[in-house]
Design a binder for this molecule. Structure first.
Ligand code: HEC
Length: 146
């Protein structure tokens, strides 16, 4: 009697712990799917601080549309203006609008921003973009209205 009630308490406790662990795991999964750890304005500030110069929208627009000697510009995949869905230049897959005013998810996840800047700049310029170039692009995108 004594023993069985003790073991039922234990079962109860471990059941609760498992429930908490499951809730925590769920929260982690939800967190990964939508990290939302930053904002477009904070990303502009980050790059401008790194570059020690404010982003310039007009310079960002020219940079965005230029081919930089290669086959693609940023606009080749993200469209011009990038306030609508883009289309991947080689796979044809749809790409969510890059301008924050047209896409609430754009520039809300620092790791994602870094990953795609790195990958896309290498595709277009055969090198990473400088902080100044990223600040210019951010200033351009933030200024766009759908
Ligand atoms: C070959 C196609 C292609 C080119 C060219 C390209 N991109 Fe992208 N870009 C993508 C794709 C695909 C994504 C991911 C979109 C998604 O998951 O919805 C992306 C996402 C991004 C993101 C992440 C935005 C966010 O927070 O969601 C940034 C920043 C970005 N691109 C910047 C650039 C810049 C700057 C250039 C030009 C130097 C450029 N891209 C050129 C295909 C491209």
């Amino acid at each position: 009697m004594h023993l069985s009630s003790a073991s039922s308490t234990r079962r109860h406790r471990s059941g609760r712990a498992a429930g908490l662990a499951a809730a925590f795991a769920l929260a982690l999964v939800a967190g990964t799917a939508q990290a939302a750890d930053t904002t477009p304005a904070l990303q502009l500030e980050r790059f401008a601080t790194q570059a020690a110069s404010a982003g310039q929208a007009e310079r960002g627009r020219d940079f965005f549309n230029a081919r930089h000697g290669g086959e693609w510009s940023c606009a080749s995949c993200h469209g011009q203006p990038p306030t609508r869905s883009g289309k991947h230049a080689s796979t044809g897959k749809a790409i969510d609008a890059l301008a924050p005013a047209a896409n609430a998810r754009a520039f809300t996840d620092t790791a994602r921003v870094d990953k795609w800047f790195r990958r896309n700049c290498k595709d277009v310029l055969q090198r990473e973009c400088s902080a100044g170039e990223k600040a210019d692009v951010m200033a351009y995108l933030i200024g766009l209205r759908p």
